[in-house]
Write a protein of this length. Structure first.
Length: 201
């Protein structure tokens, strides 16, 4: 459907931004993170996901493609609908979501309204399962991931790479996004953040 919507932001309210494109106001449901980047009367581009049903045509808008990718991963989990995914991404960033998954941190996910312990556990389990399946597929295709050593920097690189895999990045995309990052001086979350910035360029 729409890849993105670009126009003047006419209305910002709780979980909603209206973008005026040529006199038509597109109502886009959005996370707190996306809304924090918008300003009424200013031009903006929102990357979109359209949820079309018999009785509805809902548009979800995201400030960047990484957040949209995260949203699509979340709704691929059984029992997670668009509203729950939006609530999760309003409560945590893509980086903290990925760290919660690789660290089995249910509590971070349970901060989101409507997300109980069972749903948080299912999200962690299914996203980890997606990562392991992709890793097996890549290994069978002959791809060799970058080597990491046993030092603290190596451990941070390994954790950051696992977190990026949770966010849907392939091993080759991870290697490319992390190529010029100063691993030694950054925390795992900062490494992930920088890698996400690099992937958006």
């Amino acid at each position: 459907m729409f890849h993105y919507i670009e126009g003047i932001v006419s209305i910002i309210s709780s979980n909603l931004a209206v973008v005026d494109v040529g006199g038509v106001g597109y109502a886009c449901m959005a996370t707190f993170n996306t809304l924090s980047h918008l300003e009424t009367g200013k031009k903006a581009r929102l990357y979109t996901y359209c949820n079309i049903r018999e009785d509805a045509f809902d548009i979800y808008g995201f400030f960047d493609q990484n957040e949209k990718r995260c949203f699509e991963l979340l709704i691929s989990v059984s029992g997670v609908g668009p509203k729950a995914a939006l609530a999760i991404l309003s409560s945590c960033t893509p980086e903290s979501l990925a760290l919660a998954v690789i660290g089995d941190d249910e509590k971070t996910l349970m901060i989101a309204p409507g997300v109980g312990k069972k749903l948080a556990q299912r999200i962690i389990l299914e996203l980890k399962d997606k990562v392991s399946k992709e890793s097996v597929a890549l290994q069978s295709s002959g791809y060799v991931p970058p080597r990491t050593d046993a030092t603290q920097a190596g451990a941070k690189q390994r954790d950051a790479a696992a977190a990026l895999a949770v966010l849907g990045f392939s091993q080759s995309e991870i290697a490319s996004a992390m190529r010029k990052i100063d691993i030694d001086s950054l925390s795992v979350e900062e490494i992930i953040r920088e890698a996400l910035k690099n992937s958006a360029k």
